[in-house]
Design a protein. Structure first.
Length: 433
């Protein structure tokens, strides 16, 4: 692929795996770090790993303590990190998703607090987009440095359908509901939804809560604040979702539509549905599966503003980026941090990411994105995030794994009409108890 990997792969390459196989699971193309070297754990990725290796080659040229890239097999990666991080086999630097993937380690004192390293070097701190850098915080402290592309969730529109029906792209929630009614009257499903997977449905809940109540609503949930699920914005978001489902905004068959296999993309590109809320990878997916549609009839924009909502109209949700974190007891912590400072916002590293289709979380690169494979869309993604006061990591990745599954189950039940707002709140409170 030439652009960012799809969200499920971006977020869940590190799924479950057998613990007994983990320590022998170093991937092809890397080697274990020896004494006097620091290790950099990454996932196997044929696109980005050459960029990472080139960054280490540049750093190692003048470094006394050199870094070694260690690509790890995708299956079981999180388990390997979990088992190794408190032992002598821990990585010095490791790839992660922020949020729930590192919260426990940060709170247990297993990660280096990067706050003083950032605050003490304003040029380094200011090199990154604030909303993405902030998404790497745990309990107000920085534990991650952005190292990959940004993948915000936002709206996509079939402009051919919009033109035929005679409606405009909505900017507000009232306009969105009006467009939905006109599309239904024309016999068109307003919104495509792969409802067989609850993570696609989660995107609607995330944005509704954000627009209605603001970023702090879910921040309290992720932090484990008592009573956070009882915030009125949660109930209103669930009620709004139920209303969308009941009024046919997603059609009548959405629960049977799978993400895998491209069915939902075909429904959208063929004009059977007019809108699709999805991560920025939708653009690349449509370029591959329906290139004429992607070139001529695909538009995009932010999620509509809810007029009486307390949330910032420019806030975004999705996948801020991936991060590099440093282990607290690393014998080569200073070298590891020096590498991150030298390379993660360097021109060579950023240009390498842009060349493979990434939109890096680095400040002031609008002009450089003109060289991207899809410059108009890359500029939209960059500007969307650059002006965002907050960038909420997808909820199922922001909370610990044992809380994500029951939350997704409850969301699925909401869309199926099996759970109301009170039931949704109770299900999540019970899971957290």
């Amino acid at each position: 692929m030439t652009a960012s990997m799809p969200r499920r792969r971006f977020l869940t390459l590190a799924g479950g795996g057998a613990a007994f196989a983990l320590f022998g699971a170093t991937g092809c193309g890397g080697e274990d770090a020896a004494d006097g070297e620091f290790s950099v754990w990454v996932l196997q990725d044929e696109n980005v790993n050459p960029v990472s290796q080139a960054s280490l080659d540049r750093y190692n040229g003048a470094a006394e303590v050199k870094g070694v890239l260690q690509p790890e097999v995708n299956t079981g990666y999180r388990d390997k990190v979990h088992i190794s991080i408190g032992t002598g086999q821990r990585p010095d630097v490791f790839f992660n998703w922020g949020g729930g993937s590192i919260r426990t380690y940060a709170r247990e004192g297993l990660l280096e607090d990067l706050t003083p390293h950032l605050d003490g070097d304003p040029a380094f701190k200011n090199a990154f987009l604030p909303s993405v850098l902030d998404a790497g915080k745990i309990d107000g402290k920085f534990f991650g440095i952005p190292m990959r592309t940004m993948q915000p969730v936002h709206m996509f529109y079939n402009t051919k359908v919009f033109g035929e029906v005679g409606v405009e792209i909505p900017e507000t929630w009232t306009q969105f509901l009006d467009v939905c009614e006109k599309l239904k009257s024309a016999g068109i499903t307003p919104v495509a939804l792969a409802g067989a997977q609850s993570w696609t449905e989660l995107m609607w809940i995330e944005y509704l809560v954000e627009r209605i109540g603001g970023a702090q609503v879910f921040a309290d949930i992720a932090a484990g604040t008592a009573g956070a699920w009882q915030n009125p914005a949660i109930a209103r978001a669930i009620d709004t979702t139920r209303s969308l489902v009941d009024s046919g905004v997603f059609g009548t068959n959405f629960a049977a539509v799978e993400w895998e296999g491209g069915a939902v993309q075909q429904v959208f590109s063929s004009g059977k549905a007019a809108m699709h809320l999805m991560g920025s990878w939708e653009y690349t997916t449509q370029l591959g599966s329906a290139p004429e549609f992607a070139r001529d009839d695909l538009a995009w924009g932010p999620f509509p503003v809810i007029e009486d909502g307390a949330g910032a109209p420019d806030a975004v949700v999705g996948n801020p980026t991936n991060y590099f974190s440093v282990t607290k007891d690393s014998a080569h912590k200073d070298a590891a941090i020096a590498y991150l400072k030298q390379e993660m916002a360097s021109e060579a590293y950023v240009d390498g990411l842009i060349a493979i289709g990434d939109v890096p979380a680095v400040a002031d690169i609008t002009d450089r994105l003109s060289g991207a494979g899809n410059p108009e869309f890359a500029a939209f993604v960059y500007d969307l995030v650059a002006k965002a006061p907050s960038f909420q990591l997808s909820w199922d990745q922001a909370v610990e794994r044992e809380l994500a599954s029951p939350m997704l189950d409850a969301i699925s039940q909401v869309f199926l009409g099996e759970l109301d707002a009170a039931g949704f709140v109770k299900a999540n409170e019970d899971a957290a108890a």
